[in-house]
Write a protein that binds this ligand. Sequence first.
Ligand code: ADP
Ligand code: ZN
Length: 722
Amino acid sequence: MAAKIVDVLVPIALDQAYSYRVPAGLTLEAGDVVAVPFGAKEYAGVVWGEGHPRPGLHNKLKDVIGRHDMPPLKPELRRFIDWVADYTLGARGMVLRMALRMGELGPARERVGVRLAGPAPKRMTPARARVMEALADGLLRAKSDAAHDAGVSVGVIDGLIDEGTLETQVLPQEPVAKAPDPDFLQPDLSPAQSKAADTLREMVTRGGFAASLVDGVTGSGKTEVYFEAVAENIRQRKQTLILMPEIALTAQFLERFSARFGVRPAEWHSQLSPRKRARTFAAVTAGEVSVIVGARSALFLPYADLGLIIVDEEHDAAYKQEDGVHYHARDMAVVRAHEAQIPIILASATPSVETEVNARRGRYTRLHLPERFGGQHMPHIEAIDMTREGPPRGRFIAPRLAEAVKIALERGEQALLFLNRRGYAPLTLCRSCGHRLDCPNCDAWLVDHRFKRRLVCHHCGFSKPIPESCPKCEAKDSFAAVGPGVERLQEEVAVLFPEARTIVLSSDLVESVERLREELDDVAEGRFDIIIGTQLVAKGHHFPKLNLVGIIDADLGLANGDPRAAERSFQLLHQVVGRAGREAGQGMGYLQTHQPEHPVMRALIAADRDAFYDTEIASRETTAYPPFGRLASLIVSGGDKHETESFARKVAAAAPLDDNVRVLGPAEAPLAVVRGRFRHRILVKSPKNFDLSHYLRGWLQNAPRTRGTLKLEVDIDPQSFL
Ligand code: ADP
Ligand code: ZN
């Protein structure tokens, strides 16, 4: 019997589903997407279950307005939403909101096409003749295409429509993505690649949950190999989700996909137009999209029949969402695969420590691709000890690195100088009084951006022109730049290599994704000799003429107190250095460092990845850091310093006593003020087999409530400790 009352989860910041009456004539099942009134508004919510009869309340309940014409959310997805909400302590409604990104579809905007139909116009002109000729085949074309093909303006086309020479007709909607062909272009795989591909194909054919790690250096063919699993999943007529950390920069990936499968995949990311988003959403739910490449939010879509998830560059920090629902898309992808009982493939050249441990323990099947495809060697890496052979004062490129760049240029090759610092200099101070220019809203120095002629705060975006005199002692022209940023590095490069064509690639200089794609293509085609870049150049791109990579400050990432600092540095440096020597010649990497004996540097130099993981895993084990223990952060912030601090202390004091749990803090966050808000952190540590989410929920129920400007955020498995 159909329910008379249903519980409906609404996509707003609430954890509970609310009861509604089902009006006569409407039959509802769990998962149905329904329109319901909530407060003064109408929402699209989801029937989460059958409501309990509430005799006294029945007449106070509101009615469901109606059912949306879309497939119901499957039990697999509803369980997943519950799981994510329980684990992250995010409001269930907010997790649901990530799954219901259908947008406002509205009536489809019809596009009109034209075709040749009637007699020639009475008054013939050369332009009109060209149109008649271009459309002689009688086929339907978009108006703009017709104008383009004939080399005339749209006005000429309109004139011919008025004359009755051309007729108009509504163009059929183009599908969001065409069907990929699993056999479009099959590569010849190397023996190691074949073996890995076979295992993956079997996993897909067998179905059910299974996790594997495709582990191989950059250029070993990881993508090529997991494409075989995608092909098999397409043959099974199931949907594939490929998660990517930075979807805007995946032009090369889309090209490779279409080379392998004949068409481009569908895309899902924040830069889709509302219309494209709505159409893609509908196509995903209807099963009309076979493969979707997406950013982390694609994980929550209501796939009609998801059969395989791939997480490319699984170690990437961009998978962690740091606002709203704090979740890690890689970890949650494993959960979704488990709920849906389908295989998942993680791929990386430098797996996260978590994944490496899972692979070592046999929970994930490791598929190892030991070498670069085509026999290219990994770059040879050397340290430049900055304490002994550093550059002269005020300069940042050591003589040995400069010499290597010179040789590369003589050979007609490219060099990449990597410095993960945007702008000209990270700090500006007054030479006469020592005053440092800092942000009025944040606990941070202002960064000098000379290209833009402004001082910028990297945390809140505040910016102002560089002042003429010191705001403190009023000395004129007294500012000195301290430390290098990519812009300053370019100055030095211009002095050292005046002939070289250089480009600075840094996210703050990116005008648009298209422009960046063009610039990257220019680099790949050899139109620049020296590339000076931040993190932006670290991933994904293939620069055939690049054989030399110089890391200007290899210690940079190790400096902060983040427990993942070593892991992050290792991954980033490995990835950047791995850009060298991908096509021909021997790649070379130089690490400018003050700590050549640091385990990260030693492992990179010896090309001994396992040595790094051994040390890192051992250290996490002794300190009971993830994955050997659990961590959560509570971040308290507010507009008033004292109020925030005392609130943070009260929250910490409310922590239930439990021998399993250590509560550290509250302490002022390393970034103590951001956007005028004061921040305190409480770090919570527990053993691995402890339900930390449950503990936190109990704690927060009894903690003082936030009020005014106070805010309390929960971050399970924190990745950032700022
Ligand atoms: P990874 O994902 O491990 O960095 P890719 O899959 O991108 O490696 O492969 C690196 C390069 O080698 C790509 O240009 C790819 O097309 C090429 N490649 C890898 N394996 C093969 C193969 N079996 N046949 C042809 N080209 C391959
Ligand atoms: Zn600021």
